[in-house]
Design a protein around this ligand. Structure first.
Ligand SMILES: [Zn+2]
Ligand SMILES: [Zn+2]
Ligand SMILES: [Zn+2]
Length: 137
């Protein structure tokens, strides 16, 4: 298992430290996007700054993408297509208004939008709001 994790990190050109392996392992087990506070709760033996830096490194290297929902930023794993400074995550995110979880709808592609040519588009965030499958029940 550790070998598999190390391989994933190396693929994205990330030095596999113990902390990074743990955080990656954690993300692989999640079904929803995770905020820094969620991570902190589950990693109570490590400090916030280290966790935050780990998230930022992963995001920069194309391992995680971030979704900003209001004041909260959540993170989810990227596909293999993402690399350093280039994120290919063009899917829509779904925020459940009941449980507040954020889901990657990786099969739902964001529509093409036309941005005026004198603007430079870096990232298009589309967040759908509603009830998730669990909360509808
Ligand atoms: Zn990405
Ligand atoms: Zn829900
Ligand atoms: Zn996503």
């Amino acid at each position: 298992m550790i070998n598999q994790l190390e391989k994933l990190l190396k693929q994205k050109d990330i030095n596999p430290t113990a902390m990074r392996l743990l955080v990656l392992d954690y993300f692989l087990k999640q079904e929803t996007a995770i905020s820094l506070s969620d991570l902190e709760t589950d990693f109570d033996y490590s400090d916030r700054t280290t966790l935050f830096r780990t998230l930022k490194t992963f995001e920069k290297k194309g391992l995680l993408h971030s979704i900003k929902d209001g004041n909260i930023t959540v993170y989810a794993l990227c596909t293999d297509n993402c690399s350093e400074e280039f994120h290919a995550d063009s899917h829509i995110h779904f925020c459940c208004s009941s449980c507040k979880k954020v889901f990657c709808l990786s099969k739902v592609k964001a529509p093409d939008v036309e941005i005026p040519s004198n603007f430079k588009l870096e990232k298009l965030d589309i967040i759908a709001h509603g009830l998730c499958a669990d909360c509808i029940k």
